[in-house]
Design a protein. Sequence first.
Length: 245
Amino acid sequence: MVDRAFGLERTAEERAAAPLAGGIARNGYQCGMVWGSTLAAGAEAHRRFGAGARAEAVAIEAAQRIVKSFRAQNGAVDCFDLTGTDFESKTQTWLYLLTGNAVGCFRMAARYAPVAKAEIDAALSLDAIDIPEPPVSCAALAARRLGANAEHATMAAGFAGGIGLCGGACGALGAAVWVGSLGAGRDYKALDAKAAPAIARFLAATDGRFECAEIVGRKFESVADHAAFVRDGGCTRVVEALAAG
């Protein structure tokens, strides 16, 4: 929805984002709208600036604004906090659908789409932005290791640090799930099954932890802070585990 507001038609990329709905394969972390808006930000950053450190830094800046504005509008960022539903439970999922609560998600998406576009426009229009030495984003790095092209790596860049450095579910994992789903069709069960091995390797490498802040032991203060951490090998174990499939 947000990508189309920029005149970008990304049907395959939108379908590949399906496993991010419900917070990465229904695990309840960041809402799929936040993941999707961040992908749209990366796509527009790549269109305007091409591949490289500037586009990745701008994508992370846009993601920071997306997380902040989404939380301000909806009161939370994580799917479980928004819905109170464990989508890994078939019973809770059916109850959620049968009671019509899914309509609330569609309404939320419609309300948030123009806000996301405005935040992305604001980030991409900044005259001055800190552009560190590459690699800038753990998520873009993971995407490239998994064979993503330059545009797709930039699209994933904003996932860094748990989306916009917010410390949530790992952005490198989100990138791996999304890249692994590109071109895989629309069978949501098959997409979730395809994501499962990457998630298993990730959890083995992180001692069962999903969230960036828990894995790293802190939140990142800035794009430069995160880039320095990546350059120093701080994300190597996770990226290598994800790339091992």
